[in-house]
Ligand binder design. Structure first.
Ligand SMILES: O=P(O)(O)OC[C@H]1O[C@](O)(COP(=O)(O)O)[C@@H](O)[C@@H]1O
Ligand SMILES: [Mg+2]
Ligand SMILES: [Mg+2]
Length: 351
């Protein structure tokens, strides 16, 4: 018997004895998976796709949009509008929230193509999404996207690598679905993914080290000191420059990822966005037994004040994330928190 499709998995309560996912959430996740399948199909054309170049537009984050960023955004919007569960969507590629069905009970936030600078080297890219239930009805408002991450009912990502894999959580662990190229269906390929608590792999863009705050610099220096340093073990660095792909490695074999705030003017709040990058990653990571913080505070407890708000992000194996948190707490107790943190006034109480 073949493994269940995504839709069977979400709608049949008897599959693996799981509690039933609401029919709206199941339909929403399936709609997103259809957008991911369409994005995977487009990526497969590579350089054969006509007009595959930067489109000359700059998105709300000041980044050059690639043709595929725009295409993937359109595919996600189309899937959301076609499914009648979503009242509105928030995309990395659109400054404003986009209205869908006012009767919809769900909201969808997504980065339609993450790591798009990897496109020209045929490196891995992904799509990442978060679904929350609405607390009101009628036309959607931007404020509705400013909830805490604990209110997510589903989150996931698609990684377009040597094959396409969709990692999903509806709040009962993390499940893997592999896209079957023969049938176009996502089929269950792994369940109850767990992140080991200990690791010897870390991911950070070391080219920014001169801008880091003391706790991050300390953590990385101690990893680099290896077996003869205070950690007493050797570490390895991995950096794919697409957070979806780094997340997949960490869900697969452990590790820790850091995109901290730093002293560069555009990075004082980190790089990644709360609503459609940090929140879904944190949801998946916690569901797999890991931790996700902004350095010291749990990501899922943060309340953004704008829809595209950025946040420093540290996530992965619990022992490392807890240690990094300890270093941040020690630094703020001793008053050596970085200039960036002081400048933005965003020092939060540790959780
Ligand atoms: O350019 P850097 O510093 O390596 O940053 C890479 C980070 O930026 C991102 O690519 C941002 O995502 P987008 O490509 O969607 O803007 C992350 O996926 C990744 O972790
Ligand atoms: Mg991104
Ligand atoms: Mg993107």
């Amino acid at each position: 018997m073949s493994s269940p499709s995504l839709s069977e998995f979400l709608t049949q309560p008897e599959v693996a004895g799981r509690p039933r996912t609401s029919s709206a959430t199941a339909a929403g996740v399936v709609a997103v998976s259809q957008a991911c399948r369409a994005v995977a199909g487009q990526l497969g054309f590579g350089a054969l796709r006509p007009g595959d170049a930067p489109v000359g537009e700059v998105n709300v984050h000041g980044e050059q949009q690639q043709a595929l960023d725009v295409l993937a955004h359109g595919l996600f919007v189309e899937a959301a509008e076609g499914c009648s569960q979503f009242a509105g969507v928030l995309s990395e590629e659109s400054e404003e929230v986009i209205s869908a069905d006012p009767a919809g009970t769900l909201l969808l936030a997504f980065d339609p193509l993450d790591g798009s600078s990897n496109l020209e080297i045929n490196g891995p890219v992904g799509s990442i999404f978060s679904i929350v239930e609405r607390t009101r009805t009628g036309p959607v408002t931007a404020e509705e996207f400013l909830g805490v991450g604990t209110s997510q009912v589903a989150a996931g990502y698609a990684l377009y690598g040597s094959h396409t894999v969709l990692m999903i959580s509806v709040g009962d662990g993390v499940h893997a679905f592999t896209l079957d190229p023969a049938t176009g269906q996502f089929r269950l390929s792994g369940s109850k993914v767990r992140i080991p608590a200990a690791t010897q792999e870390y991911a950070i863009n070391a080219a920014n080290s001169r801008f880091w705050e003391p706790p991050v610099a300390r953590y990385v220096a101690e990893c680099c000191a290896g077996a003869t340093g205070p950690r007493g073990k050797d570490f390895n660095t991995r950096w794919i420059a697409a957070v979806v792909s780094d997340t997949h490695r960490i869900l697969t074999r452990g590790g820790v990822f850091l995109y901290p705030r730093d002293d560069r003017p555009a990075y004082r709040e980190g790089r990644l966005r709360i609503a459609y990058e940090a929140n879904p990653i944190a949801f998946l990571v916690e569901q797999a037994g890991g931790l996700a913080t902004d350095g010291s505070t749990r990501i899922l407890s943060l309340t953004p004040t704008t829809v595209h708000e950025r946040v420093p992000l540290v996530f992965g194996s619990s022992e490392e994330v807890a240690l990094i948190s300890e270093y941040h707490c020690e630094a703020s107790r001793s008053g050596s928190a970085g200039a960036a943190q002081q400048a933005n006034g965003r020092s939060r109480e540790p959780s």
